[in-house]
Ligand binder design. Structure first.
Ligand code: C5P
Length: 222
């Protein structure tokens, strides 16, 4: 059986930073499922397809081939990573991610990837839906203020002009939409280990996660 690690949690909880480090330690393929929902949003906005135009969206997603190389998403062979974190995508992504047809297609792609590779996958529904039988499940949280500060610093470092207040507002709104949507809302899987990352640094979070994985490994091979 393939090894799989699920990391869920709200926006800006540090999932992708942590997942990339843990991926290197255990030689796993990192699958950023948020990037896949962002890619759909990016293409839909480019083609002016609104979230309620289900037919056009279905046409769009059926021709979208996605894969990851060096932690980055390639859409139909093109690396589009830089476009995916732009504020306009963040603002609109939850609306596209709440559509059943979009989720069905992306969940199928994600499961295919987990069959081909040992993976660490981060998102909102990995432990509860995509990889219900994941070898290890984690749920990362942090206060909205801390998450907004992290996103703000990340975007400023990329040279973007952004306001802390509008990032905080967007994060709170996205959490609300992701947690309250009808299909596969953001929730902690019952068997996930919750890690509150408020006030602790990346190394400390990685340590907690690796400690847990190593302990379980030891236990299962005893
Ligand atoms: O992880 P990230 O913040 O990049 O995710 C962007 C958005 O994609 C989320 O706010 C959510 O609406 C959607 N998403 C999802 N299910 C996932 C991953 C992301 O609905 N597994």
């Amino acid at each position: 059986m393939r090894l799989s690690v699920a990391i869920d949690g709200p926006a800006g909880a540090g999932k992708s930073t942590i997942a990339k480090i843990v991926a290197k330690k255990y030689n796993l393929m990192y699958i950023n499922t948020g990037a896949m929902y962002r890619a759909v949003t990016y293409k839909a906005l480019e083609k002016d397809i609104s979230p309620d135009n289900i037919e056009a969206l279905c046409d769009l997603i059926k021709d979208m081939e996605m894969h990851f190389e060096n932690d980055e998403l390639y859409l139909n062979g093109v690396n589009i990573n830089d476009q995916l974190t732009l504020p306009n995508i963040s603002k609109n992504v939850s609306a596209y991610a709440s559509i059943k047809e979009v989720r069905v297609r992306l969940v199928a792609l994600q499961r295919d990837m987990s069959k081909k590779y040992d993976v660490i996958m981060d998102g909102r529904d990995i432990g509860t839906v995509v990889l219900k039988d994941a070898s290890f499940k984690f749920f990362l949280t942090a206060s909205p203020e801390e998450r907004a500060t992290r996103r703000y610093e990340e975007l400023i470092a990329k040279g973007l002009e952004v306001q802390y207040d509008s990032i905080l507002k967007e994060i709170i709104q996205r959490d609300y939409l992701d947690s309250n949507r009808e299909i596969d809302p953001l929730t902690k899987a019952e068997d996930a280990l919750e890690v509150d990352t408020t006030g602790i640094n990346i190394e400390q979070v990685v340590e907690k996660i690796c400690e847990y994985i190593n302990k379980e490994f030891e236990f299962s091979t005893r």
